[in-house]
Design a protein around this ligand. Structure first.
Ligand code: SAH
Ligand code: SF4
Ligand code: F3S
Length: 477
């Protein structure tokens, strides 16, 4: 599970048979775009918006960067090693650029925003640097490069949500898709670079979100994941048309309900929930709709109240436990996952032990676990010393990872002998004789292919055995 949220993946266009919808309108007919994404789901979702903007200009996407006219790398700054990975990857593009000097190399996303034009000085092969709120400007920026200039647009916006852009689903299984419901973050957790790279929080018009969900459902999709850095603070007040009465503000619980009503056959997931903002209203809405999956990603970061305060998380250990109690009371079968940072500034052994005891209290189903990595410009970098030696951070991380392994296995073992409703997402990684899909609680389930069912169908699977990450079973429909 370690660092799963932030793994590297190559994206490419796999959508087929929709040429009419994608008919080129711009001047770049047939030019090839290659785009690769790093970081969180928001970045993967943004790449789908970028692809849409350029396909509108006449571009086609390619899986092979060596064939591309434009290579984009959508980057992440969350930890030092995330940035290092991007720099290493850029080195690999150098050979291609040497062979094809006309190749346009663009850096998008959070690293672009953080480093701005400095990127052009540091990495000579880069032609374009574009921040997450400036993607509409990409066609214009590419033109500038083709006229022999370098181009930068890292303006952040208070309004941009790309609400009207219909994302091109990259690398899609045709069953599950992301829907971005908000952008930016106003929280200022002291360790975190996101408020600087993504700007102020803003919510997207709920009508465009519901429409996107409906369109996906009509196109055969059966699961959507609503994305935001802090979905529980989603809030949209419709603009009042002249002469009309004002419409009520839509909060996250309302939005969940609206999307759940698109179809009982459409599963709804969402990420990320902030412990300070997740309300009972959201929990009751989840409980009310069978198709809202019983799974909450509720990052704790630390189990100690002093460290949480230094992190500026604005909740303490008791508050977090209270939210977990509420989840378990309202939805006893709900799975919970978390993010944990070890070795934050001044963290003592006793405080680290409180993170371990929090894990024992919640018994998380999954966890994404990280050693603290100081990020330039953050509150923690300005205020506190990064004083925990690397080997101690790593040792604490190992303790957390080992404990999580035990809990994951314990949780998944409880699913053996029970029947699970699973949405078939595709063939298992190991064999095309097996299907894979997730249960309501987000656990991966693998089971033998049954010719009566196809990808995108729901089936009932009896759990027969498990590893710490996968439930193995058979269809009993
Ligand atoms: N908005 C989400 C988190 C987005 S970043 C939330 O509030 O939970 C994903 C995770 O990366 C964070 O939850 C945190 O655990 C981790 N992370 C962020 N900054 C980090 C840093 N400087 N060092 C180590 N881990 C970090
Ligand atoms: Fe970063 Fe905190 Fe915002 Fe999450 S809520 S993105 S951790 S500042
Ligand atoms: Fe990384 Fe930016 Fe997401 S820093 S985690 S890609 S918001």
């Amino acid at each position: 599970m370690l660092d799963l949220l932030h793994t590297t993946k190559t994206h490419d266009e796999t959508r087929q048979g929709e040429a009419v919808e994608l008919a080129p309108t711009g001047k770049a007919d047939g030019r090839k775009l290659y785009i690769e994404s790093y970081g969180c789901q928001m970045n993967f979702s943004d790449s789908e918006i970028v692809a849409s903007i350029l396909i509108d200009q006449g571009y086609e996407t390619t899986k092979d960067y060596k064939q591309a006219d434009v290579v984009f790398i959508n980057t992440c700054s969350i930890r030092e090693n995330a940035e290092q990975r991007v720099r290493n990857r850029l080195k690999e593009f150098e050979a291609v650029k040497a062979k094809n000097p006309g190749l346009v190399v663009g850096v998008l996303g959070c690293m672009a925003e953080r480093l701005k034009s400095k990127f052009l000085e540091e990495e000579k092969l880069v032609d374009v640097v574009v921040g997450p709120d400036a993607y509409r400007d990409l066609p214009n920026l590419i033109n500038k490069v083709e006229d022999g200039n370098k181009a930068v647009n890292v303006l952040l916006s208070r309004e941009e949500t790309y609400a009207d852009i219909s994302p091109v689903r990259l690398n899609s299984n045709g069953v599950s898709a992301f829907i971005s419901i908000m952008r930016g973050c106003d929280n200022m957790c002291s360790f975190c670079v996101v408020p600087f790279t993504r700007g102020r929080e803003r919510s997207r018009d709920y009508a465009s979100i519901v429409k996107e969900a409906q369109d996906l459902y009509n196109a055969g999709y059966r699961e959507v994941t609503l994305l935001g850095q802090n979905v529980d603070s989603y809030k949209y007040t419709p603009k009042v048309e002249e002469g009309n009465d004002p419409l009520p503000t839509v909060n996250f619980a309302n939005l969940l309900e609206l999307v759940a009503q698109v179809s009982p056959e459409l599963r709804i997931r969402f990420s990320t929930s902030h412990p300070k903002d997740i309300t009972d209203e959201v929990l009751y809405t989840m409980a009310k709709y069978e198709n809202i999956c019983k799974y909450i990603h509720l990052p704790v970061q630390s189990g100690n109240s002093r460290v949480l305060e230094l992190m500026n998380r604005t909740y303490d250990r008791q508050w977090y436990m209270g939210r977990v109690d509420a989840i378990k009371r309202i939805m006893p079968d709900c799975a919970i996952s978390t993010d944990i940072i070890t070795g934050f500034c001044t963290e003592t052994e006793e405080e680290h032990a409180e993170t371990l005891s929090m894990m024992d209290y919640v018994k998380y189903d999954f966890a994404y676990m990280f050693a603290y990595s100081e990020r330039p410009g953050t509150l923690a970098a300005k205020r506190y010393q990064d004083d925990i030696p690397e080997e101690i951070k790593k040792r604490r991380l190992t303790e957390v990872v080992n404990k999580q392994q035990i809990h994951s296995l314990e949780r998944i073992t409880q699913y053996v002998g029970k029947v699970h409703k699973v949405l078939i997402e595709g063939f298992s990684k190991r064999s095309d004789k097996d299907y894979c899909g997730r249960n309501d609680q987000n656990t991966m389930v693998v089971f033998p292919v049954d010719a009566r069912f196809k990808v995108g169908d729901y089936v009932h699977v009896l759990g027969e055995s498990c590893t710490s990450a996968t439930l193995i079973g058979k269809i009993i429909d």
